[in-house]
Design a protein around this ligand. Sequence first.
Ligand SMILES: [Zn+2]
Length: 375
Amino acid sequence: MIYEFDPKKYRFAVEIGEKGKLERLDKIPRPKPGEKVACAINWSVFDWSGNANDGYGEVEQDGVQLKPESKAFPSMSFKYNKLTFGNLLGAQMGVSTAMTLVLNGKIDIRNPAKMSTGSDHRTACGQRKNGNILFVTMENVTSKDLAEQMLALDCTIAFQGDSGGSTGYYNGELYDHGRAIAGALVAYEIDVDYWLDFSHSWQDRIYPDLAYAIAYMAYKKNKKALCTSGFRSAEEQLASQKSALKKKGYYQTEDGRVYNSKGQCMVSAVGESSHNWGMAFDSRGTWLEDMSNSELKKYGLRKPMSYEPWHVELDKRTTVPEKKVKFYKYMKEAYPMDAKTFQMITGLKPDGVVGKATLAKMREVKELINKYVKG
Ligand SMILES: [Zn+2]
């Protein structure tokens, strides 16, 4: 099995579970508040002089040495988003391995402890050219087969962990060989539901990439992000036009847009606002208002309007038809699209009755998707 993640967006850690205890793989990860376990693989570490129930070998976490260095086994470390051979001091994550598999983009098996290299269940961790980390488990392969596989997966560096009956993979479901083990490598994903709050719960139909980018930024800043306006249905868009028009000097043009006295467009027409497609996140009166565009860019986000410092979108620009397509696709996957919801988001009267107008709109949406979605 293979799991790939971007270590700039996920926390990559070694875990030794409950001290002095061997546990099945799914019991070992220790997510912090607001984190979810995306994937874990067994990685018991080695030093035969150690106490077996406490795991073996060296473990470093966030620059702190949790277990002393092992001379017998090659170690790997993760520092500044790079997986390296040795170099444990001050690493974000450092751990002993069974052997090296790939170094400097070439198969290079260094096995000073003379661990078995024959056909067996095997576990590996490596880093691809693009910087992503791979967790790999394979059944009945030699260490050389495993090294070749890691190279074929574009790894410039890879290591083998404990193997045989210890080999295990956990991604919410456990695939192991029934053995309790001492340690694991874990990719922690941030939990969007923990980091995002919504003033209006029904507005949480935010495009997943946008929700994740904001939640990740909140996680990095250790602050929750409050959405004061997210997904907005056609009805809500009309209502916000109506309430804006009560303000002094505001006027509406024929296309439906509402402008203020300075001529700035304050409320878009129905279907024109990124909010109608779940592609905007307003956070009025919160820390997000103070974020500059140059800082937001690091998280793949941007504020397109200087006079709306609370309004955030994805940095990757998309046209309205593209937004529509993304939204329909996402809605279809995330929510059962009943007639009423469909009518609501397409600006039809939300009566739940599939009549001529709804059918025509459904055809229009289908054509739109066919036109813009390739493959
Ligand atoms: Zn907005």
